[in-house]
Design a protein around this ligand. Structure first.
Ligand code: T3D
Length: 261
């Protein structure tokens, strides 16, 4: 595993830490390769039931590395998007385990959109967010034009993308980009605690709702109702459903294993 991405398993959580703090964790080839390896491990290990993606140092991620990847003039940016960014966003969305993006500091460009590809986005109070692309003559990628209007509406999405302004964590929370803010001093512990709580929940139900939320962006209500029925039918055969109801009746906390039917 490359030093540019740290990976460890804590409390059934796969913790991925972008680790180029001197470059605000800007995305270069090494980081992309490290992310691929981390997600390989997460996908292969049933014992990992949730993911926490965060950054080392004062940044979450400053987007593509402008010094290594984007210097030197005109080029085919579609190639790196095909190789690195699009597979990563697709993989995060398709992962049948919840992903918490813990935005510990600045999230810029594709770094911001990487955070939005997670299931639950939380941030430290000092974090900030910018669709920095316009400042270097680019448009949002890594899902930005998909996630932003759906999360914050077309008006704010277009303004953020076109103006490239920086918004504070408090603004991001009020826009609905971020679920919760935590104090900087306790952010790392709070982020792990949230991911740990997800790892103890019925994993199959989390995977099913993730699939349903993903599909709802393009489904009609009719199709979505049918999808919910099909997914819930599967849930009805899981050991965690039986345990959840049994624990309720016995007035005790449920112990979920996350196992499939
Ligand atoms: O093919 C493809 O890859 C296409 C895909 C493109 C996707 C994209 O993400 S395009 C957008 C790329 N990102 C940016 O344009 C953001 C560039 N960075 C900034 O605008 C600012 O650094 C921030 C707003 C993120 C933070 O500002 P600030 O004042 O808090 O920090 P700073 O002083 O600017 O940065 C600290 C260091 O990190 C600095 O290095 P130094 O001078 O101390 O040696 C800076 O150069 C470095 N750094 C920050 N961002 C990047 C970076 N180094 C390389 N690439 C970066 N993106």
């Amino acid at each position: 595993m490359s030093e540019a991405v740290l990976f460890e398993v804590k409390n059934a959580v796969g913790v991925i830490t972008l680790n180029r703090p001197e470059r605000l964790n800007a995305l270069n080839g090494e980081i992309h390769e490290g992310l691929r390896q981390a997600f390989d491990k997460i996908e292969a290990d049933d014992g990992i039931r949730a993911v926490l993606l965060t950054g080392a140092g004062r940044g979450f991620c400053a987007g593509a590395d402008l010094l290594q990847n984007l210097s030197g003039g005109e080029r085919d940016l579609g190639a790196s998007i095909d190789k690195d960014y699009n597979p990563l966003v697709r993989r995060m969305r398709a992962l049948p385990k919840p992903i918490v993006c813990g935005v510990n500091g600045v999230a810029a460009g594709a770094g911001m959109n990487l955070a939005l590809a997670g299931d639950i986005v939380i941030a430290a109070k000092s974090a900030n967010f910018t669709q920095a692309f316009i400042r270097i003559g680019l448009m949002p990628d890594a899902g930005g034009t998909y996630f932003l209007p759906r999360l914050i509406g077309d008006t704010r999405a277009r303004a953020m993308a076109m103006l490239g302004e920086t918004i504070t964590a408090a603004q991001a929370e009020s826009f609905g980009l971020v679920y919760k803010l935590f104090e900087d001093t306790s952010f790392a512990e709070e982020a792990l605690a949230l991911a740990t709580s997800l790892a103890a929940k019925p994993t199959q139900a989390l995977a099913a709702m993730k699939a349903a939320f993903n599909a709802s962006a393009s489904n009609t209500l009719d199709t979505q109702l049918d999808l919910e029925r099909d997914l819930q039918r599967k849930m009805g055969y899981t050991p965690d459903f039986a345990e959840g109801v049994k624990a309720f009746i016995e007035k005790r906390p449920a112990v979920f294993t996350g196992k499939a039917a």
